[in-house]
Design a protein around this ligand. Structure first.
Ligand SMILES: Nc1ncnc2c1ncn2[C@@H]1O[C@H](COP(=O)(O)OP(=O)(O)OP(=O)(O)O)[C@@H](O)[C@H]1O
Length: 276
């Protein structure tokens, strides 16, 4: 079920003065940017910077407090149905039903996204092959490793051939083998012309993207190619994207001032993995 082609000049994603507040907290504060169709785009930021909130607004999960966001020209606040058909998403919390098999999880997605009955079995098989999970399609998902679950989620998100894919820290919690394997799968999406917006704390992954947006305290503080960010913010031989990131966002630990609830939330969002 391929989506209708869109004029190539229309941005894949557009945020205009986008805002979201929680009480007195400005989680996202007047952020504007535009992502071209087919672009690989990373959003980087310290803990609590507003990355997930931004992604949730762009995917119609969270209503903006102000401003506008569009996916391929459709407004996320007023044209949610159109937007949802065009996008795929993999968030940090698994959306798989662990009491079902891999094949059943994919089949349900095919039904929900309107893949025609006669095409479903082939779509499920194609997704299993893409995720390299053909041999375990009848196993319950709760018996899968973290890497297998993440590959299954990604394959599922691609089943209805979305034009724009949103990935919230896609490789977090995986061992180097699992991370590399999943990253190779993500990189293969690039060849198919799908636009990808991902949040990540992994600077190598951000470095491999076409452009990187750096957010801090709900604000967009820089947006450019990795090479241009390094050149502009930490010129010098051997400077890295991590150097540029630290130059732009400082070195203070963001969880330090957070409430106990925030720290627990942040910890559990990472599946119990301590990252700092
Ligand atoms: N549902 C909510 N209710 C209240 N505050 C929230 C809620 N969601 C996010 N926040 C607050 O908004 C701010 C931004 O949070 P967000 O989760 O978007 O950051 P993040 O950049 O994704 O962080 P992390 O890297 O730790 O996942 C934080 O101060 C957070 O505590």
């Amino acid at each position: 079920m391929a989506a209708e082609p869109t004029n190539a000049a229309v941005p894949a994603i557009e945020a205009i003065e986008l805002r979201r507040s929680y009480g007195t907290v400005s989680a996202v504060n007047d952020i504007s940017f535009s992502v071209r169709q087919g672009e690989f785009f990373a959003v980087l930021g310290p803990n609590g910077a507003g990355k997930s909130t931004l992604m949730h607004m762009l995917t119609t999960v969270t209503e903006p407090s102000g401003g506008t966001a569009k996916v391929l020209g459709f407004n996320v606040a007023t044209q949610q149905g159109e937007v949802r058909k065009l996008l795929g998403m993999v968030f940090q919390d698994t959306a798989l039903d662990e009491r079902m098999t891999a094949g059943e999880n994919l089949h349900i997605h095919a039904v929900l996204y309107g893949i025609a009955r006669q095409e479903r079995a082939e779509a499920v098989n194609r997704a299993l092959a893409w995720a390299e999970l053909e041999d375990v399609d009848k196993r319950l998902v709760r018996t899968f490793s973290g890497g297998m679950k993440r590959r299954l989620e990604l394959a599922r998100a691609l089943m209805h051939r979305p034009r724009v894919l949103f990935l919230d820290e896609p490789t977090i919690g995986l061992d180097p083998q699992g991370r590399r394997h999943l990253w190779d799968r993500i990189a293969s999406i690039r060849d198919e012309g799908v636009t990808v917006l991902m949040t990540t704390h992994n600077l190598n992954e951000a470095n491999a993207c076409d452009r990187v947006a750096i957010v801090d305290n709900g604000k967009l503080v820089a947006l450019d190619t990795p090479a241009a960010l390094i050149e502009a913010h930490t010129p010098g031989v051997g400077a890295t994207l991590e150097d540029a990131f630290l130059a732009l966002t400082g070195r203070s630990l963001r969880d330090q001032g957070a409430s106990g609830r925030d720290q627990l939330l942040s910890f559990s969002k990472r599946g119990g993995e301590l990252t700092r």
